[in-house]
Design a protein around this ligand. Structure first.
Ligand SMILES: Cc1cc2nc3c(=O)[nH]c(=O)nc-3n(C[C@H](O)[C@H](O)[C@H](O)COP(=O)(O)OP(=O)(O)OC[C@H]3O[C@@H](n4cnc5c(N)ncnc54)[C@H](O)[C@@H]3O)c2cc1C
Length: 439
């Protein structure tokens, strides 16, 4: 049965981080917002180690860093530590000068408990008068490039002047409906993760990486989401996991096997009952032309950045802020001009490509990593990546000229990484890279 729901100014598809952030900003600007989420009580959310630009973006939504810490929604992240299986490690910390004028960057960022963060954001969403509907959008009614209405599995037809698609990586609703061009980086990957109780944790993210020169990197994260709880996740190419599954191994076997290789986790695996690992698969990819006359795509529905970059949350919050300010600006005219569409789209793409291309070429793939060593590769990736995020937060390129100049700058850094990759791939390697990898 079809029933029409009263029209709101804007309908947001998806109530994850990007969807809620967009809904809050639109409602704060005085617009009537409906947010539809297929799984409003979903228990599995990942993305706990934040980049240094994320706290300011959360603050803008009404969640200052101090509150997140005080309410035990977050812990401090003061550094990233890379620990190599061949011994040795490296601590990556933002340079002290970033904390000084004119940058004045807070040198702390956060790890977050995503379930608690979602609850805090949901409370803000409701406080701003956003209507939240638990249903799945199953059909999109369109007139050429305009979205006219949505149909839900629950049989509702929802009309709206504007639409924001925040449906996440697995769905990417409007990119699929409009058959938008897609580009990808690296292979499909699988991630499995679980939580452990620990007596105490450090205020940083630890990455356990294979120092044995594999052809493609696998890694394990340790993220303290509370003082006594760590999230431990394993990321590997989909083909490698598939091969192990074909040998009859369960997801739990594969996960335990990886953790057993890391001395830090041995006592935890023996003494602490852990929940079964959650699993997801993903591929770093992005869509082009992610804005139309009355719609924009945000978050992972627009571009998925690799988890090792810790940039997914920052990207989702940025997209949400930029897309909602465009809706507010052009709300009355009812039409996003072509230039504004293309500028938004190109900016999102340029950043996602920069992070994905950098992490794939410099860290995941073998030529650069095996030539200069995995810990140095970490420096080569981290220094420009962190600086770009800081620069972006400070410059806030929005208009056509600023966005294009920023995009050119990112493209030139990508080109340098490609040349370095090409040179390293032609250098004689001390030992032939192996096909599989073991931490
Ligand atoms: C393994 C892994 C590790 C990660 N680690 C990090 C990290 O350490 N740091 C970091 O910054 N980022 C990380 N990320 C990225 C981060 O999790 C995401 O970028 C972030 O959660 C933003 O997601 P989103 O809101 O775009 O999408 P999602 O969180 O996926 O939300 C999409 C929402 O849309 C809803 N939906 C889907 N389809 C429909 C439909 N048809 N109708 C209605 N609703 C629908 C879903 O129910 C969901 O609530 C990681 C990602 C992965 C996969």
């Amino acid at each position: 049965m079809d029933s029409n729901v009263s029209e709101k100014d804007v309908t947001v598809i998806g109530g994850g981080l990007a969807g809620m952030a967009a809904a809050i900003q639109l409602a704060k600007a005085g617009l009537q917002v409906l947010c539809i989420d297929a799984d409003p009580e979903g228990k599995v959310i990942v993305g706990e180690s934040l980049d240094w630009s994320a706290p300011d973006l959360l603050n803008a939504l009404g969640l200052p860093l101090e509150r997140l810490i005080a309410e035990d929604i977050a812990t401090y992240k003061r550094h990233v530590v890379a620990s190599s299986s061949c011994g040795g490690g490296r601590e990556y910390v933002p340079s002290a000068w970033l904390g000084e004028s004119p940058w004045n960057i807070d040198l702390r960022t956060l790890h977050v408990d995503r379930i608690r963060l979602r609850a805090a954001l949901r409370e803000i969403v409701l406080r701003h008068g956003v209507e939240v509907m638990g249903d799945r959008v199953s059909e999109v009614e369109r007139n050429s490039k305009r979205v006219i209405a949505l149909k839900t599995q629950g049989g509702k037809r929802i009309g709206s002047r504007w639409f924001i698609d925040a449906s996440g990586f697995a769905v990417s609703l409007l990119p699929r409906v409009f058959n938008l061009p897609v580009y990808s980086h690296g292979p499909s990957k699988v991630s499995m993760w679980s939580y452990f109780n620990v007596p105490d944790s450090i205020e940083g993210t630890t990455l356990y990486i294979d120092g044995g020169k594999p052809s493609y990197l696998e890694w394990v994260w340790e993220i303290p989401i509370h003082r006594n709880v760590i999230s431990v996740g394993y990321v590997a190419p989909g083909d490698a996991i598939k091969a192990r599954r074909q040998q009859g191994k369960s997801v739990e076997n594969i996960y335990r096997e990886q953790l057993e290789r890391i001395p830090r986790f041995e006592p935890l695996l023996q003494s602490v009952a852990q929940s079964l690992p959650s699993v997801t698969s993903f591929r770093c990819r992005g869509y082009r032309r992610i804005a139309g006359p009355n719609w924009l795509v945000v978050g992972e529905a627009a571009a998925m950045v690799d988890p090792m970059t810790s940039n997914g949350v920052t990207a989702a919050l940025r997209h949400a802020a930029e897309a909602s300010s465009l809706v507010v600006k052009y709300f009355r005219s009812g039409r996003l001009p072509l230039l504004a569409r293309s500028t938004y789209s190109r900016r999102v793409q340029a950043l996602a490509k920069f992070f994905n291309n950098g992490i794939e070429r410099v860290v995941y793939d073998w030529p650069i990593r095996n030539t200069i060593g995995v810990l140095n590769a970490g420096d080569v990736y981290t220094v420009p990546a962190w600086s770009i995020n800081v620069l972006y937060s400070r410059i806030r390129p929005r208009g056509f000229v600023a966005s294009e100049l920023f995009g050119l700058f990112l493209a030139s850094l990508r080109a340098v990484a490609c040349i370095f990759y090409w040179i390293c791939s032609r250098l004689p390697q001390p030992s032939t890279p192996s096909a599989g990898s073991a931490l």
